[in-house]
Write a protein that binds this ligand. Structure first.
Ligand code: AMP
Length: 603
C-alpha cells in the first residue's frame, strides 16, 4: 500500500526532527517554509515542520479512526495533500500559513520508514508462520486482511525481532550480552515478568546496563520521561537514533538463540497447513480474547481441506458413506431438498460439513442440476468460495460442502443489525469481491450472486455459495447464452441477461451491486414491493435504487458503477475489488495510537 503522501514533493519520508531542521536550514528558513515527514511514533501519522521567525515548529498529523487526517484540535482532511493545501490558505492555529514547500532533492524518493521496509516481509512471514499459509491462500489473506494484520504485526512485531529474547532473567540477559564481542550499544529486549512489562539491556564500556521500559495507561511504551511509542519496535528504532536517557544509542542487536526472523526461521513446508508448531516454529501468543477478533485464517475452512498432500492422495469426487456422519440438524432448504449438518472424517482430521441431500432421486432434472452444481464446485478452490468436499451416493444423492455456520448474509445482517458496523459490512463485501475476482479469472459466471447466497463462516468471514445456475465459459467466450429463461432472480439480473439472455462476469458485477445494496440495508429486499417486470421498466427508464441510509458514499458510487446499463462500460471485478479494498483499508487501517490522540505539539 503506497503512502498517501508518497507523491507529494515536500514529503521527505522517515527523516528525524534533526534531519528536518537541517533540510529547512539549507532552504533558508523563510517564514512559512514547510515540509512533511513521517511520524516515527504513531503508525500512519505525519509531522508537519514549519519555519516561523527563524524558529521551527512541528505539528503531529494524526490519522483518525475514519481514515481522515488532522492536526490535534484542528479540522479533518481526507488526505495529507488536502490538509497541507488547507493550511496554505488558512493558518487556523498554526504559527503561520504554509507558504513555501521545502522540496526533496530532484530525483529522490521519500526516505522509507522502518515499518515501510519491514511491513511486506513481516506480513508474509507472519501469515506464513502463524497460519502456515503459502501461495494463493497467503496472497488472499494479505489482500483481504492487511489492515488487521498490520495492526497485529505492529503490536507483536517485536516478537519476531532478533533482539527480542522473550522471558529471560536479568542474569541470563547479562550472560548473553557478555558472550561474544561486546561493542558499545549491543542490546536486547526481554520480558520482565508475567505482567507483560519489558526491559532493555545494553552494553556500554564493557558493562551491562538495564532499563525498564515504561508502559503508560494507554499502552504506549517509553524510557522513563522519554518519548512515547505505540510499539516496542518503534521505541527501539528511535533509541537507535537518540539515547533518550540511555547511556548510549542502541547499535547492534544481541541476537536471541530463539530468533524467528526470516533468515533464521526454519523454512515452512510448502503449500499446506499443518497446524501450529509443525515446522518447529511456535507462533507468537495471541492477544487476550476480546482484544483481537477472529481472522478468516483462524478458521479451519480458510485453506482447502485438501491442501495437505497426504489428504490429497485420497481425494475422490465420490466419498465413502462410512466417512460421513449426518446430523439431524437442518441448516436450510432449497428446491432439491434440505441441507444438513454433518462431519466428514478425513485421513488425518475431521471437518464440519454441510450436506445437500436430494429430496427424491426420481426427479431426474433436479438430480442433473445437483450434478452440474457439483461439477462446477469441484473446479473451484478459493478461501472466499464455499468448497465442495465431494458427492456421496447412499440413501440419497448428497453434495458435501465445507460448513459456513453463520448462514446466509441477508438473514445474518437483519438479525444482528445492532452488532454489525458498516466497516464490518465493507469487510464482508470485500471478501465477496475477492471470491468474484477468482471466478472472473477462471472464466466462470455465477448467475445467482445475491446476499442469500453469501454464507458466513463467522461475522468477519464470508464465502460465496450456490452454484446451481453457474456456468463455465469456453476459453474464447466471455458470455453464456441461455436458451430459455428459467426461474430467474430478475431483481439481481443485468438488462442484457433479461433482454438477450446473455450472462458474463459483467452481469455478475450487476448482481454484486444488488448484493451490496442488500448488505448495506442489513438484509432488506431490493426494489421494495416491485415485481420483476416492474423492476425491468424501472431500470430501462434509467432509474436505480437509492443509497441505503447506512451506506458510505464511496460504496454507493461502486454500486452505481455496477449498475451501468451497458456491460461494456461496467467495471470488471478486478476494478470493483480494488475500489472496495481501498475503501476497506482506509476505514480499518487505524494505527493503535489513534485510540489515544497525541496532545503535544512538539515532536
Ligand atoms: P442453497 O440451496 O445452496 O441456497 O442452500 C439452502 C440453504 O442451506 C442456505 O440458505 C443455507 O441456509 C444452507 N446452506 C447451504 N450450504 C451451506 C453451507 N455450506 N454451510 C452452511 N449452511 C449452508
Amino acid at each position: 500500500m503506497p503512502d498517501p503522501a508518497a507523491d507529494l514533493p515536500f514529503f521527505h519520508g522517515s527523516i528525524s526532527r534533526a534531519e528536518a531542521e537541517d533540510v529547512l536550514k539549507l532552504e533558508g528558513m523563510a517564514d512559512g517554509l514547510f515540509l512533511l515527514r513521517q511520524c516515527l511514533r504513531s503508525l500512519g501519522g505525519y509531522v508537519l515542520s514549519v519555519v516561523y521567525e527563524v524558529q521551527l515548529h512541528h505539528y503531529p498529523v494524526e490519522r483518525q479512526m475514519n481514515g481522515t487526517y488532522a492536526i490535534a484540535g484542528g479540522k479533518s482532511h481526507c488526505g495529507p495533500a488536502e490538509l497541507c493545501e488547507y493550511y496554505s490558505k488558512d493558518a487556523d492555529g498554526l504559527v503561520c500559513t504554509l507558504r513555501k514547500p521545502c522540496l526533496r532533492l530532484p530525483g529522490t524518493t521519500p526516505k522509507p520508514g522502518v515499518f515501510d521496509s519491514l511491513r511486506e516481509n513481516m506480513l508474509r512471514e507472519y501469515v506464513r508462520h502463524t497460519w502456515n499459509l503459502e501461495g494463493e491462500a497467503m496472497e488472499q489473506a494479505i489482500i483481504s486482511q492487511a489492515p488487521q494484520l498490520e495492526k497485529l504485526i505492529a503490536t507483536t512485531a517485536h516478537e519476531k525481532m532478533p533482539w527480542y529474547h522473550g522471558k529471560i532473567k536479568r542474569t541470563e540477559g547479562e550472560r548473553r550480552l557478555y558472550s561474544g564481542v561486546q561493542p558499545d550499544g549491543k542490546f536486547l529486549v526481554r520480558d520482565r515478568d508475567e505482567m507483560g512489562t519489558f526491559a532493555l539491556s545494553m552494553m556500554y564500556g564493557k558493562t551491562a546496563y538495564h532499563y525498564q521500559i515504561i508502559q503508560d495507561k494507554s499502552g504506549r511504551y517509553s524510557m522513563p520521561e522519554g518519548t512515547k511509542f505505540d510499539t516496542i519496535w518503534q521505541l527501539v528504532e528511535y533509541l537507535k537514533l537518540k539515547p533518550d536517557g540511555l547511556v548510549y544509542t542502541l547499535r547492534e542487536p544481541c541476537v536471541s538463540p530463539n530468533s524467528s526472523m526470516c533468515a533464521i526461521a526454519p523454512a515452512p513446508p510448502s503449500g499446506r497447513k499443518t497446524g501450529p508448531g509443525s515446522n518447529g516454529y511456535t507462533p507468537p501468543p495471541k492477544p487476550p480474547a476480546g482484544q483481537q477478533r477472529p481472522l478468516p485464517m483462524d478458521t479451519s475452512v480458510y485453506e482447502s481441506p485438501y491442501s495437505d498432500p497426504e489428504e490429497l492422495k485420497e481425494k475422490k469426487l465420490f466419498l465413502k458413506r462410512e466417512q460421513l456422519m449426518i446430523d439431524e440438524v437442518e441448516l436450510g432448504s432449497g428446491n432439491f431438498g434440505c441441507v444438513k449438518k454433518g462431519v466428514y472424517k478425513m485421513r488425518k482430521k475431521q471437518i464440519d460439513v454441510a450436506i445437500k441431500v436430494l429430496k427424491s432421486e426420481n426427479e431426474k432434472g433436479v438430480k442433473d442440476e445437483m450434478m452440474k452444481e457439483a461439477g462446477i464446485m469441484h473446479q473451484l478452490d478459493n478461501p472466499y468460495i464455499v468448497r465442495m468436499i465431494g458427492m456421496c451416493q447412499a440413501e440419497s444423492l448428497m453434495l458435501v460442502m465445507e460448513m459456513a455456520p453463520g448462514g446466509p448474509l441477508n438473514k445474518y445482517l437483519s438479525s444482528k443489525k445492532e452488532q454489525i458496523t458498516v466497516e464490518n459490512v465493507v469487510e464482508l463485501m470485500h471478501q465477496v469481491s475477492l471470491g468474484m475476482v477468482y471466478l472472473e479469472q477462471k472464466n466462470f459466471v455465477h448467475r445467482d450472486l445475491a446476499a442469500r447466497n453469501v454464507l458466513l463462516v463467522n461475522q468477519h468471514y464470508a464465502k460465496i455459495s450456490d452454484f446451481g445456475l453457474s456456468k463455465a465459459l469456453g476459453a474464447d467466450d466471455n458470455y453464456y447464452k441461455a436458451r430459455t429463461a428459467g426461474k430467474w432472480p430478475l431483481k439481481w439480473y443485468a438488462p442484457e441477461c433479461i433482454n438477450f439472455h446473455k450472462f458474463s462476469s459483467k452481469s455478475d458485477v450487476w448482481s454484486y451491486g444488488i448484493t451490496m445494496w442488500e448488505a448495506f440495508t442489513y438484509g432488506q429486499k431490493p426494489y421494495k414491493k416491485m415485481k420483476g417486470p416492474e423492476v425491468i421498466s424501472f431500470i430501462e427508464a434509467g432509474n436505480r435504487m437509492d443509497s441505503p441510509a447506512a451506506c458510505p458514499e464511496v460504496m454507493y458510487n461502486v454500486m452505481k458503477d455496477c449498475w451501468i446499463y451497458k456491460h461494456e462500460e461496467r467495471p470488471s471485478f478486478v476494478v470493483v475489488e480494488e475500489q472496495v479494498r481501498n475503501y476497506h483499508y482506509s476505514i480499518s487501517k487505524k494505527p493503535a495510537a489513534e485510540a489515544q490522540p497525541e496532545k503535544t505539539v512538539e515532536v
